[in-house]
Write a protein that binds this ligand. Structure first.
Ligand code: PDD
Length: 285
């Protein structure tokens, strides 16, 4: 059984409790982060904590603990759960004001802080990295502040379920004719050697993996163009891929039933995956 962390305590998962009046439960009033664990070490922990601070401050929430304490809790969960490969979820909500009310509760209301691990022994050897993912496009029906990593995941969850019903792996969301991102990842195409991905704005989550992969790509003298692209452009691309803390770099080989490039994972996505995993392991904490 897993050991989880709830508001200062390490508990067996079956004993962990959160109030039914918690704002996360009633209003989706909370944010989260997902840190990848490889070889028992945390990948890009600092980047995820910087984004957590940003999500909290955009919603006028206070950070529950110092960054060093959060690092310690992450490490403790790795140890207590003997986690080698997997993910750690950190969820922070606006807490339990004792009643249901639309207005934000007083600032002194204690946030709810929950961390739990997910064991994923085949993160690095994910078969999708070899065969490539197949995606469909769906309209992006999420709210307008997708740069904040909130626990409001109903639409991405619906979109993933639509993808599953269509017999594919995932969905790319489209707004005003252009791809925003995947349901839980950032989306890229490659055309004539250039890596194209939507520029940062409130329209997409500012992926921590995205930042690292674009930095590695530029260091390897690859050309990067941060701009929006259409579904037609994506179908006509040489390669496509997605990035996230759990997918690293995963090739996308089919979009709405049309093969992308050869219909097989391409060399640039494969190279970026290799660089990302190698470099991340070097600096994991
Ligand atoms: N999802 N875009 C969305 C909508 C996401 O939910 C995620 C991450 C990303 C990639 O961000 P990062 O590279 O920082 O993981 C982009 C995580 C993995 C999740 O919800 O499980």
């Amino acid at each position: 059984m897993r050991t989880v962390y709830v508001n200062g305590e390490y508990l067996p998962e079956t004993e962990a409790r959160v109030s039914i009046f918690d704002r996360g439960f009633l209003m989706a009033d909370g944010v989260y982060e997902v840190v990848c664990v490889l070889g028992g070490k945390l990948v890009d922990f600092e980047g995820h904590m910087v984004r957590l601070d940003r999500s909290l401050s955009e919603l006028d929430m206070t950070r529950p603990s110092a960054r060093d304490d959060l690092l310690e809790i992450h490490r403790e969960l790795v140890t207590r759960n003997t986690l080698d490969q997997g993910l750690i979820y950190l969820q922070v909500t606006r807490g339990n004001p004792g009643d249901r009310d639309f207005n934000f509760p007083p600032k002194e209301t204690e946030p709810t802080v929950v961390l739990f691990t997910q064991d994923m022994p085949s993160l690095m050897d994910n078969p999708k990295a070899k065969r490539g993912a197949r995606v469909i496009s769906v309209p992006d029906l999420r709210w307008g502040r997708r740069d904040i990593k909130t626990v409001q995941l109903l639409y991405p969850s619906m979109a993933k379920t639509m993808a599953q019903a269509a017999g594919v792996d995932d969905a790319w969301m489209v707004e005003d004719g252009h791809v925003t991102e995947g349901t839980s990842n950032n989306a890229y195409i490659i055309k004539n050697g250039r890596i194209i991905t939507r520029a940062l704005s409130n329209d997409i989550l500012h992926g921590i993996t995205r930042a690292a992969v674009l930095r590695f790509a530029r260091e390897a003298q690859m050309e990067v163009e941060e701009r929006s692209f259409t579904i037609e452009e994506a179908k006509d691309a040489d390669e496509a891929f997605v990035t996230s803390a759990s997918a690293f770099v995963t090739p996308v080989v089919e979009l709405d039933g049309a093969a992308i490039g050869t219909g097989m994972p391409g060399p640039i996505a494969a190279r970026l995956r290799e660089i990302y995993i190698d470099e991340s392991l070097k600096v994991a904490v």
